[in-house]
Design a protein around this ligand. Structure first.
Ligand code: UD1
Ligand code: CA
Length: 422
């Protein structure tokens, strides 16, 4: 097994979410939160990732099925975080080396502090190195206790804190690097003498110290990184923080976002340089926007949308599973679903692709430089040839496929016959 390895704890129910769904599958900016954690440990250098599943295990496995570097360990009963790590033993077998251990409900973790932890644990030959954070409000987290010389003593869970301990603001965000196999022995010594009667991973560092091993705790994490999702309110907070990270990264890469607060951009979206996104734009799902595009105000781009360079999508236009070729324009009040538009197409106000017949979705193809008139309806499947014109209010059905260069008008649409004057 290639190291370093990472272990992500994701077997818990997350009762405070009040949900049928596994907590780690709740979405932040369009992605299940566990995806962010996987990206963070991968970015920190983990070569093999073990995800501990339990509650709704099949859902979590399915959500991560396409990731070749992920293995699963099953924790049959949720007896605590220490027990969850123990469930990995048969999966990691004889691996010797560092194991980065994190929890699946902290989607804002970034790779850099985790990479630092791995590095420092190896450099210091430590049996355990914990990353900690100092928070203005430590509520909900385990607290870090140190001696008068500042050396790590132990972690006390919020539920087990006395008043003095509860006032400590240095917390345990559950980002640890443990050396294997040393950790296994400490886990075998865990007891359940605590408020929840669970096997706490948080007791393992102190047990290692008692076994004569070296353990340290360093403050390498920011408040933003360690937001734990235990209830729906936290989910909304995480969403807001992640959204500003996504938008800041795009702005740093040369995208203009006129009003970040009224704009929503999915984590999976890609946006090219010199594109301008106007207020009240929503970008959902895997969407690719090229360079020099203009989007919004009030545009809704959904999963599978591709805007090629210099395309323009304006007010009250919804695009779904569709491509607008370069320089194509849908400036107002249009719906494009399952449509492939060539370059330079003009979509008039109120033009609609009727892609759904009540049972199946059908495709629409519109050739280069074609023009769709105001209020026209294309009842898919339908093809509009290059340079063709669909008149305002025309209804194009599959029987009336529009030839290249032709002009069609009326309901149902028919080729326009110009009056020939003798
Ligand atoms: C845990 C820590 C606490 C820390 C906090 C935030 C312990 C005992 N406490 O508390 O010190 O400040 O995280 O990082 O570790 N899980 C399992 N199996 C279980 C129990 C939990 O896989 O039997 C998983 C959960 O799915 C979750 C993670 O472990 O992803 C943390 O569990 P949670 O119940 O949220 O722990 P906290 O009470 O937040
Ligand atoms: Ca938690």
């Amino acid at each position: 097994m290639d190291g370093p390895i990472a272990i992500i704890l994701a077997a818990g129910h997350g009762k405070r979410m009040k949900s049928e769904k596994a907590k780690v599958l709740h979405e932040v900016c369009g992605q299940p939160m566990i995806h962010y954690v996987v990206d963070a440990v991968r970015g920190a250098g983990a070569k093999t990732i073990v995800v501990v599943v339990g509650f709704a295990a099949d859902q979590v496995r399915d959500a991560l099925a396409d990731e070749p570097d992920i293995l699963f360990a099953t924790q049959e009963r949720q007896l605590g975080t220490g027990d969850a790590v123990k469930a990995c033993k048969p999966v990691v077998k004889d691996y010797r080396g560092p194991a980065l251990i994190v929890v699946g409900d902290e989607p804002l973790l970034r790779p850099q502090p985790l990479a630092d932890l791995l590095h420092q644990q190896q450099a210091g030959r430590l049996a355990c190195l914990m990353g900690t954070a100092e928070l203005p409000d430590p509520t909900g987290f385990g607290r870090i206790l140190r001696d008068s010389a500042g050396r790590f003593l132990r972690i006390v869970e919020q539920r087990d804190c006395n008043a003095k301990e509860a006032a400590i603001r240095e917390v345990n965000p559950s980002c640890y690097v443990f050396q294997l196999p040393e950790l296994w022995e400490a886990l075998d010594r865990l007891k359940t003498e605590n408020a929840q009667h669970e096997y706490y991973l948080t007791d393992a560092p102190t047990l290692l110290q008692e076994m004569g091993q070296r353990v340290e705790a360093v403050k390498v994490l920011d408040a933003d990184d360690v937001l734990g999702i235990n209830a729906r309110g936290h989910l909304a907070e995480a969403h807001a923080l992640m959204q500003s990270r996504i938008q800041n990264a795009l702005m740093d890469a040369g995208v203009s976002i006129v009003d970040p607060r009224s704009t929503y951009i999915d984590a999976r979206a890609r946006v090219g340089q010199d594109t301008v996104i106007h207020p009240f734009t929503v970008v959902n799902g895997s969407v690719t926007i090229g360079r020099g595009c203009t989007v919004g105000p009030f545009a809704h781009l959904r999963d599978g949308t591709i805007l090629e360079d210099d395309a323009e999508v304006g007010a009250f236009v919804q695009v779904s599973r569709s491509t607008l070729g370069s320089g194509s324009i849908a400036r107002h009040l249009a719906y494009l679903g399952d449509a492939q538009l060539g370059p330079g197409v003009n979509v008039g106000a109120g033009a609609i692709t009727a892609n759904f017949d009540g049972v199946t979705k059908h495709p629409t193809r519109v050739g280069a430089r074609a023009s769709l008139g105001a209020g026209s309806v294309l009842i898919a499947p339908v093809v509009v040839g290059d340079g063709a014109t669909v008149g305002a209010g025309a209804v194009v059905t599959k029987e009336s496929t529009v030839a290249p260069g032709a002009t069609v008008v009326g309901v149902p649409a028919r080729p326009l016959r110009r009056k020939v004057t003798p």
